[in-house]
Design a protein around this ligand. Structure first.
Ligand code: HEM
Length: 469
C-alpha cells in the first residue's frame, strides 16, 4: 500500500484541474467519473488498502474510506472527525467554486447534520423527539392512501415506470403529510423538491419555492398548532429552535426522507422483480420484507458514498497520513463488501442490522424506521393492487444511473393486467396521524427479537407475480 496524502498535490506543480494529465500525473481516481462503482472501489482497495486518496469535482482531493472497521471508527469518533464542513481546508482556502456540485451536499447549513457537540445535541434532540412522536400506525395509513392514489393514475393503462410513476413520488407525499402539510397542499411540494434534489437549472427557483411553502407552513403552525405534525412539534420543543431552524430542519427531513427512501424502494423492487431466488424466499415465508430490506441495504445501500467528515487533527488512519482539515468520504458500499467484515458475499445478511446504510455514531439516521415503513408498506400495497405486475423489459435492459454518491435503476418499466382507476382510488385522505407510539430505537439498535413471518396473504400475492430475468 502506498501512503499518499491528498493535500500533497501542490496546486502550481500540476496541470489545471479538469485536465486528464492531472489525473495521470497524480494517479488519483476522480469520483465524478466513476461508471462502475464496485469495480472502482475494489481497485482502490487493492492499490491503497482501507483508505484511498481520490479527487472530487474540481479535482479537490479527499480520502475515501473503504474498510468497514475504519468507516465505523470515523463515524463513531466525533472528537477527531467533525460533521461540520466549515473545518474543510478547501473551503477555508477558497478552492470550492460557488457553483460546484459539491456545495449543495457539503456547503455548511444551520442544521443538525452540519454541527457537532452541544449544538448538535440541541438540534438533534428536537428532530428525534418529534420523529418519535409520529404514530407509526397513522403513517402507514398515509403510505397506503398515497400508494392507492398513485397506482390509480396508471392502473388503467396496464403499464408504468415504477421509478417515475410510483417510487419517486411516494416518500415525498408521505413526508409532506408528516411535516404537517394539508392533503391538498402536500403534493405541491413534490415537483419542486425533486427538482432541487436533481440540481437542475431551475433548482434555485424550486429551492425558493420549497422554502416559501415551508415558511408559510411554520408561520401557520406557530399561530394555530396542529396535533402531531413535525412542524408543530419542532416549534414547541424544549430546544427552543427559532423559525429559521425549524424551516431548515423540515427541509432536511423532506430531502433525507425522499432521497434515501427512493433508493431503498427502487433497489428492493428491482430485486423482487428480477431475482427469482429472492422472490421465492419472500413468497415461501423464509424471508420477511423488513428482513429483505436489510439485505438490500447491505448490497445496494441508498448512498454508496456519504460525504463527509472533516479531520480535526493530523493523524494516521489505516496507514494514510490524514491532515487537519482534510475531508473523508464514508464509503458505505465499499465497507459492505470489505472482505475482512464479509468474507463470503453469498451468506445472507437479511435481518442483519450491522450495516452502515443508516450511518452510525452521533449522526446516525434518526428516520430509518420511517423510511423502512414507507418501503415495506408501499411495496406490500403495490403488489396487493397489481398482483401480476412484472418487468416489461429484460433485466439486462434496466439502465443504472450512477453519480459520485449513488447508483440505482433510472427506470423500472412494468406491465400488469389493467384495472379500473375507480376501483383503486382511495376514498378519504387519512386524518392527522393519531396518538404517539413509544419511541422507536429501530434505526440505531439491532432488534433482539426475530421479525414475524410474512402474512399468508403477502406470500400468496408474491407467488402470483412473475419474475423477469
Ligand atoms: C431508509 C431510508 C433512509 C436511509 C438509508 C437514510 C440514511 C441516512 C444517512 C446515511 C445519514 C447520515 C448519517 C451520518 O452522517 O452518519 C442520515 C441522516 C439523517 N437522516 Fe436519514 N435515511 C433514511 C430515511 C430518513 C427519513 C425517512 C428521515 C426523516 C423522516 C431521515 C432523516 C435524517 C436526518 C434528520 C439525518 C441527520 C441526522 C444527524 O446529522 O444527526 N432519514 N440518513
Amino acid at each position: 500500500m502506498t501512503p499518499h496524502h491528498p493535500t500533497a498535490i501542490p496546486d502550481g506543480a500540476v496541470p489545471p484541474p479538469g485536465c486528464p494529465a492531472h489525473v495521470e500525473r497524480s494517479g488519483l481516481q476522480r469520483l465524478a467519473e466513476i461508471t462502475d462503482p464496485s469495480g472502482t472501489y475494489e481497485d482502490l482497495r487493492r492499490r491503497y488498502g482501507a483508505v484511498a486518496p481520490v479527487l472530487l469535482h474540481g479535482d479537490i482531493p479527499a480520502w475515501l474510506v473503504l474498510g468497514y472497521r475504519e468507516n465505523l471508527d470515523v463515524m463513531r469518533t466525533p472528537r477527531l472527525y467533525a460533521r461540520d464542513s466549515r473545518h474543510w481546508i478547501a473551503f477555508q482556502e477558497g478552492r470550492v467554486a460557488a457553483d460546484s456540485p459539491l456545495v449543495p451536499m457539503v456547503g455548511w447549513q444551520p442544521m443538525c447534520a452540519f454541527v457537532d457537540g452541544a449544538e448538535h445535541a440541541r438540534l438533534r434532540s428536537a428532530v428525534v423527539d418529534s420523529l418519535d412522536a409520529i404514530s407509526r400506525h397513522g403513517m402507514r395509513r398515509y403510505v397506503k392512501y398515497f400508494t392507492h392514489q398513485l397506482v390509480a393514475r396508471f392502473a388503467e393503462s396496464g403499464r408504468a415506470d415504477l421509478v417515475g410513476d410510483f417510487v419517486e413520488r411516494l416518500p415525498m407525499l408521505v413526508a409532506s403529510r408528516i411535516i404537517g402539510m394539508s392533503p391538498d397542499k402536500g403534493p405541491l411540494l413534490v415537483e419542486p423538491t425533486l427538482d432541487l434534489i436533481r440540481g437542475s437549472e431551475t433548482a434555485p427557483a424550486s429551492n425558493r419555492l420549497v422554502t416559501r411553502v415551508l415558511e408559510d407552513l411554520v408561520a401557520h403552525k406557530a399561530s394555530s398548532p396542529g396535533e402531531m405534525d413535525l412542524a408543530t412539534r419542532l416549534l414547541a420543543h424544549d430546544s427552543a429552535l427559532d423559525r429559521t431552524e425549524v424551516v431548515e430542519h423540515l427541509r432536511l427531513i423532506l430531502v433525507a426522507a425522499h432521497q434515501n427512501t427512493v433508493n431503498l424502494l427502487t433497489q428492493t423492487l428491482r430485486l423482487i422483480l428480477t431475482d427469482e431466488g429472492f422472490r421465492g424466499r419472500l413468497s415461501g415465508g423464509t424471508l420477511t420484507l423488513p428482513e429483505a430490506l436489510d439485505q438490500v441495504m447491505w448490497d445496494n445501500p441508498s448512498l454508496n458514498v456519504l460525504p463527509g467528515r472533516w479531520a480535526l487533527a493530523d493523524h494516521t488512519l489505516a496507514g494514510q497520513q490524514i491532515k487537519k482539515g482534510d475531508m473523508l468520504l464514508m464509503g458505505i458500499a465499499a465497507a459492505h463488501v470489505d472482505p475482512e467484515q464479509r468474507p463470503d458475499l453469498t451468506v445472507s445478511m437479511s435481518g442483519n442490522r450491522a450495516h452502515l446504510a443508516l450511518g452510525s455514531g452521533p449522526h446516525a439516521c434518526p428516520g430509518g424506521d420511517i423510511g423502512r415503513a414507507i418501503a415495506d408498506t408501499g411495496i406490500e400495497v403495490l403488489f396487493e393492487l397489481l398482483p401480476d405486475i412484472h418487468l416489461a423489459v429484460p433485466n439486462s435492459e434496466i439502465r443504472i444511473t450512477t453519480d459520485w454518491m449513488t447508483s440505482r435503476p433510472s427506470a423500472l418499466p412494468v406491465a400488469f393486467t389493467p384495472r379500473r382507476s375507480a376501483d383503486i382510488s382511495p376514498q378519504q385522505p387519512p386524518r392527522q396521524a393519531a396518538g404517539p407510539l413509544p419511541p422507536s430505537k429501530e434505526s440505531v439498535e439491532p432488534p433482539t427479537t426475530p421479525s414475524p413471518r410474512p402474512s399468508k396473504r403477502w406470500r400468496r400475492l408474491l407467488s402470483r407475480a412473475r419474475t423477469t430475468v
